[in-house]
Design a protein around this ligand. Structure first.
Ligand SMILES: Nc1ncnc2c1ncn2[C@@H]1O[C@H](COP(=O)(O)OP(=O)(O)OP(=O)(O)O)[C@@H](O)[C@H]1O
Ligand SMILES: O=P(O)(O)OC[C@H]1O[C@H](OP(=O)(O)OP(=O)(O)O)[C@H](O)[C@@H]1O
Length: 232
């Protein structure tokens, strides 16, 4: 039997259940909201309800064979992520863009080159590096290294990141956006080349989990249904 981890709450849970149901895989909670029990009728698959943010760790440890979470969380939370997991299918919901944004009144800072120039001057003027608040440390550091932006410091922000600029904790942010409402409300503007990652809910397969004959047979039963595509 294989284990499938799906979000237990938050914005991905409902659509994950609907996505699988549309492909003939009915997921059911087997207890109260709080006991996290769940099952799949008619398939040799054990279901585990987990926080979306914890599914990358469970996949990388091989404690679950399949998992649904945002691609941003997998790429942020698993070092060399594509050696630990394989993308089975991008699921078409939970779309969100991981971007870099600066104060809207920084009208001359519209690109990463502008940010790099400001960052170089910033340290000379303020005596400390330009601060970028984010919860996506790996993705932001790799992206800025690749783009040649150097003179900055990351400030950890695990929520309400857009508010850090107004509160003087940071000068810029890197966070997830979908409607852009939170950015606008906090008078922040996305850099023209500030798109770091386009995230989407994704079904991943763990390369680390045990894949014997039985597990491969279970996987085959699931992928046969997925390949048939949505039937309702
Ligand atoms: N505003 C948003 N719009 C669309 N998707 C989002 C948004 N914010 C986060 N996401 C995506 O949803 C996925 C899970 O987000 P969510 O906040 O539900 O995680 P969680 O860990 O379950 O929640 P919590 O923050 O309560 O721990 C991530 O892939 C994330 O990129
Ligand atoms: O572009 P928008 O539609 O405005 O969405 C963006 C916001 O949504 C998420 O926040 P969430 O509500 O998950 O709370 P959080 O700040 O605790 O992450 C994300 O962290 C952004 O702050």
């Amino acid at each position: 039997m294989i284990t499938l981890g799906v979000p237990s709450k938050g914005r991905l849970m409902e659509k994950t259940f609907q996505w699988f149901a549309a492909r003939g895989i009915e997921m059911r909670r087997t207890g109260s909201e709080r006991d996290y029990g769940a099952e799949i009728a008619g398939l040799p698959v054990a279901l585990r309800l987990l926080a979306a943010g914890e599914i990358p760790r469970e996949l990388a440890a091989g404690r679950i064979h399949l998992g649904v979470t945002g691609s941003d969380l997998v790429q942020e939370r698993i070092p060399a992520w594509d050696q630990a997991v394989e993308t089975v299918e991008r699921m078409g919901f939970g779309h969100a863009d991981l971007i870099i944004a600066v104060p809207a009144w920084w009208v001359d800072v519209t690109s990463l080159d502008d940010l790099d120039s400001v960052a170089a001057d910033f340290r000379a003027t303020h005596g400390h590096r330009l601060r970028i608040a984010t919860k996506y440390h790996r993705l932001v550091r790799d992206f800025l290294r690749e783009k040649g932006v150097a003179d900055y410091r990351l400030i950890d922000s695990q929520g309400a990141t857009e508010g850090t600029v107004a509160h003087g904790t940071a000068e810029a942010i890197a966070d997830i956006t979908s409607t852009g409402e939170t950015l606008r409300a906090n008078h922040l503007a996305i850099l023209q080349d500030g798109m770091i990652h386009r995230s989407e809910a994704t079904l991943f397969r763990s390369r680390i989990a045990h894949w014997g004959q039985e597990e491969r047979a279970s996987l085959g039963a699931v992928t046969d249904l997925l390949q048939a595509g949505p039937t309702k």
